[in-house]
Design a binder for this molecule. Structure first.
Ligand code: SAH
Length: 386
């Protein structure tokens, strides 16, 4: 195998995040195209994958774990794959450069603010993780300190010090996570500075992002992905559109701006739904509603009503959709279904079910490389009646 364009990351093996490091970017795209073809060509010939012009530092969301070594030195970085050992790392080729710098700066400030690292075995100590999100279009940065305990005596001075170094930090949040868990964020949070959220702009629409709500991590390619999804929906102006698994409402809001008659979104995560409602307002949209709940249960309810949607967007998590969802989709039979998927395996499973149990046919499959250097790949599929 050929060496990648830039030098291989020194912690590549331990971290395990960039599984395709050993390939050039062109080879990575070919590898992903082959994978997509293997899973999906039986439905429709996949289009050529859309890659990035600059496939580095694309991640707008960065997390770091903290650990104190035997010599008392604080390390920040990522968990070694499959373990809870922290691998020290100051910069990463796929992460946002500013986010990485902020994490290093926090680590360097810790001793002077008497901030210790949290120990998962003894449950003692303070700082467990840092989460940084940056709006690439707005340059607003969110800094979340995940702590094992609530007490944070030096918080005001700490906020002052870190903001002095990085004035783009628009909000600082303390999230308290004392639980024995693999989840980074706990339930409780205190806003230490700013509004508790940041904003970003995608496809001409403004979006609010909270610590917990899902937001696509590669905004450059998200515009490409959403652009395809909207193109496939072929909106004329009077359609009723469902945006299922809608997160903070991105796809539905862009569809509403591009002329959908009426948009209804559904999402399981309450924080994301709240953001979606605010986002619709911030974009001056009145023809859009959001519901909190399971997308499958919601679809079953809608399928029993007399009014039918014309277009259904679906963007489920890696596990794919559910049988209840797909059965209800078949029952309500919208003219157009646009399936955005981050997992070709579950996309293939769901397309098989749909095409075997209805007259639906897959018309187009467009792969988009949202996650260069990793083995993940996103697809948009257009599904209409035969
Ligand atoms: N369309 C959005 C979010 C896609 S990620 C975007 O592009 O930003 C998938 C979303 O599905 C997440 O926000 C997750 O919280 C949500 N989700 C997971 N299971 C769900 C379910 N059973 N019903 C509704 N939403 C669900």
């Amino acid at each position: 195998m050929k060496q990648a364009e830039n030098s291989i990351c020194p912690v590549h093996k331990k971290c395990g995040g960039c599984q395709l490091q050993n390939m050039s970017y062109a080879e990575q795209l070919e590898f992903k195209q082959n994978k997509i073809n293997r899973f999906l060509k039986k439905f429709s010939k996949p289009l050529p994958i859309i890659g990035m012009d600059n496939p580095y530092h694309y991640r707008n969301k960065v997390q770091a774990a903290f650990y104190t070594g035997r010599n008392g030195r604080i390390i920040s970085g990522v968990y070694q794959s499959g373990s809870h050992n922290v691998v020290g790392i100051d910069s990463c080729q796929i992460e946002d450069v500013t986010a990485d710098k902020i994490i290093v700066a926090v680590r360097r400030l810790m001793p002077s603010f008497k901030m210790t690292t949290y120990n998962e075995d003894t449950h003692k100590g303070f700082l467990r993780h840092i989460l940084v999100k940056r709006g690439f279009a707005t340059n607003q940065v969110m800094l979340v300190l995940v702590t094992g305990t609530a007490m944070f005596p030096s918080k005001n001075n700490f906020v002052k010090a870190i903001r002095q170094k990085f004035p783009e930090i628009a909000t600082v949040i303390q999230n308290i996570n004392p639980y024995d868990t693999n989840l980074v964020l706990g339930k409780k949070q205190n806003i230490l500075y700013g509004k508790g959220y940041i904003e970003d702009v995608l496809c001409g629409c403004r979006f609010r992002i909270s610590p917990k709500s899902f937001y696509q991590i590669n905004p450059v390619q998200t515009e490409v992905l959403y652009g395809k999804a909207i193109e496939y929906a072929n909106l004329k102006g009077s359609e009723t559109v469902l945006d299922t698994y809608c997160g903070i409402g991105t796809i539905g809001i862009i569809a509403a701006k591009r002329g959908a008659g009426r948009v209804i979104g559904v999402e399981l995560n309450g924080d994301a739904v709240r953001d979606a409602i605010d986002n619709a307002k911030a974009n001056g949209l009145k023809n859009i509603r959001f519901y909190k709940g399971d997308a499958g249960a919601f679809m079953r309810e809608v399928s029993q009503e007399s009014e039918r949607p014309d277009v259904v967007f679906m963007d489920p998590p890696r596990a794919g959709s559910s049988k209840v969802f797909l059965d209800s989709l078949i029952a309500m039979s919208p003219k157009t279904v646009v399936y955005v998927s981050c997992n070709p395996e579950t996309l293939a499973r769901d397309l098989k079910y749909l095409t075997e149990n209805s007259e639906y046919k897959v018309r187009k499959i467009q792969p988009v490389d949202m996650f260069p250097h990793t083995n993940h790949v996103e697809c948009v599929a257009l599904i209409t009646h035969g």
